[in-house]
Design a protein around this ligand. Sequence first.
Ligand code: CTP
Length: 450
Amino acid sequence: MKKVITYGTYDLLHHGHLNLLKNAKALGDYLIVGVTSDSFDMERGKLNVHHNVLKRVQAIKDTGLADEIIIEDYIGQKIHDIQRFHVDIFAIGSDWEGHFDYLNEFCQVIYLPRTEGVSSTMIRDESQIIFKMGIIGSGRIAHRFVPEAAFVNGVEVISVFNPDVLQAKDFKECYQLKSYHQDFDDFTQEIDAVYIASPHISHYDYIKRSLLAGKHVLCEIPLTLKKQEAEEVYKLAQEKELVLLEASKTAFCPAFLHLISLVKSGVIGEIVDVQASLSKLQDKTLREFDPNQAGGSVTELAPLPLLVILKILGKDIKSMHFYSVIANGIDTFTKGLFAFEHSIATITLGLGVKTEGNLVISGTKGYVYVPAPWWKTDFFELRFEDQNLNRKFFYPYAGEGLRYEIQEFFSMIVDKSTISFKLKPDESILIAEIIENFRAGEHVNIISRS
Ligand code: CTP
């Protein structure tokens, strides 16, 4: 029996795919089709695939052309598959001419003529509604957002709002946007969604105004500085059937998502401790050091370490204590200790104080180690008493990593879903509550003040 194997994403199955599958089938007696997993596509930077792997596999099944369907999940899998299935021919479209010649060592490689004039990308583009986004604020993070948004199909950043009109104009010119605004109503009139990248203290007000204007909102961390404000804006978003998402970038990146599901599935046993650190040395004239602009290490840095703690240990915090070093009216260094029923978590935050920014999750069977900078997760290791069992996981973390949150935001808008399991409203609300408690001095021990 002659076995043929072929691979693809097969998104929005089209006649080019059908021709390819028919021609591949005709080369032998048994056709194996490898369909890429969602995480593998994401890892390869293919963020815009419309159908999930289940739908794509079903579409291939429905053609009746595949004798067997497998999932392609990692680079290098093709060699493994060819050997384990005793494949005679590897077939792929001619757009890949030459690319898979290295497989000739394992089987015959045949490039089949590609059908002209059709591709999943073309179909996606034709059916795509373009969402026009406007940015509120034109500071450091806003500058990272525009190039990252270019990687997400269906999103176009067209405008910027800043009460300082000269800054708005500079930003508009820098990225050749369509417009810039000083007037909020004019700004919201020409867009579908906003990205809020303004100072922390303005988030609540801008979220509210944007939702009231009927716009979907992606807001930088921290979403708000008070629990009640966070509750109010999520309620408003629900009522208006709009998407409100906190742009906690780590929550949406592939490695972090895999890390959380591995830990949740018990690979390191019961979780006993989570330790997450994050620190920055920055110019002390910046907003982060200004007590009047809610500066300090907790407001600036806590949302990401708190995210990992809530994701792993849940929201039922029994008690919390903070230990802070205060200088010029802000906390430059804070350790936070959170007690859960059967576990402990600590966060170590420094602003103007540098420390190792890693993440360690300890369990009864082993621990996860994520080296600094853990919040840009691209690698982690599972470690056990028997070191032979240790496993390292590597992932891409594309660009500045903002494209993952933008993709999630956009998918939520398209799917009309107001809640993302990657960062739920009640998790964002609890983060706001913890920040609020800290700022109110609840359970805060001041170690030194200068
Ligand atoms: N293919 C083809 N003719 C086309 C499109 C795809 O023969 N017009 C082949 C590819 O060469 C590959 C298989 O179909 O062997 C699956 O390709 P896939 O990348 O899933 O399809 P595309 O339409 O090329 O997807 P995209 O636009 O997302 O790259």
